[in-house]
Design a protein around this ligand. Sequence first.
Ligand code: ATP
Length: 229
Amino acid sequence: MTALLEAEGLHVFYGGSQALFGVDLAVEDGQAVALMGRNGMGKTTSIHAICRMLPVRLGAVRFAGRDISSLPSFRAARLGIGLVPEGRRCFPNLTVTENLIAAARAGPWTLDRVQTFFPRLAERAGQYAATLSGGEQQMLAIGRALMTNPRLLVLDEATEGLAPVIRSEIWQAIRQLKAEGLSILLVDKTLAELLPLADACVILERGRSVWHGPPAAITAEIEQRWLGL
Ligand code: ATP
């Protein structure tokens, strides 16, 4: 079976400085895959390469059976990769609803459905995104990605910097999306929430994928060596 997403041997540079030296990962249909590793090991860079926001110097990104390695990011989004970026990045001067509508593409996720999924986004519909709390902005960022009707949802640190109550609401939302069959690739530092959700994990060390397997196979030694726990 071909995976929905396959990254193979990704080499990525920032100008003259190399950040990825061979990242391999795959997300099967309906799977949640956790991309792990200590700070600065290349998680966000891998995500940006997959979402086509950074050029791939060597290696390939395949999505739904097609090589997307040189497509621009808007085409990758159109093919069904929905990114919830680190730091949320909603349009501050658009209202909540305008942010959602700006991303809309035909499919089962409509404005109504997103507002039912996150009732807070209905309550705050006319408010400028800049005036939302961090948790509400995170819901908006996820809602906006859902409005693109993605086949793969990519979440980069979606619970970072949020109060515990809001964080558990976001985790609950992610679990529900997974239960509905959405494929998910995610980075998060809260392993206690991340691991029970993940079907598979990929660990990065200095720009290379050095380990992959199911969460249950992560030993204390692996944690110490690559996750710094
Ligand atoms: P974190 O958990 O801290 O977000 P990360 O695993 O996501 O870390 P990346 O942000 O992908 O790591 O960084 C990987 C490497 O690329 C690091 O050495 C980092 O310094 C470098 N890097 C990241 N962004 C840039 C940039 N815009 N220009 C130059 N180097 C960068």
